[in-house]
Ligand binder design. Sequence first.
Ligand code: FES
Length: 129
Amino acid sequence: MVDRRIRLCAIEDLEDPGARGFQAGTGDWPLELFLVRRGAAVWGYVNRCPHAGHQLNWLPDRFLTRDGNLILCASHGACFELDTGLCVGGPCPGRSLRSVPLEMDAGGIFVARDTVAALAPLPSAGLND
Ligand code: FES
């Protein structure tokens, strides 16, 4: 039987505050996402900036400002709230990162396979835009 969820990591695998990038799904077009932790709270977002569609990080797992209070896009400096993904500074104020619903229990942090299928890019995405 196939588990309907994909395990990403344990909460202890994330710094506090901290962030970490993941790929979920299989094939040539997996979902690129990242987790953000502050205390006992963890949020998930698609790793695609609403400004110009770039991945937010240039270095592995570098998603936060130096003080850990905001998510930072390395391309043009957009800043987003940790808990909402709302852009509060930079070139796309008022726009938001796309949230990835998570499930957390004693076994770790999970994303549903249905969620991955719904959020993963289509193979043709980006070819004509
Ligand atoms: S692509 Fe993120 S700020 Fe421009």
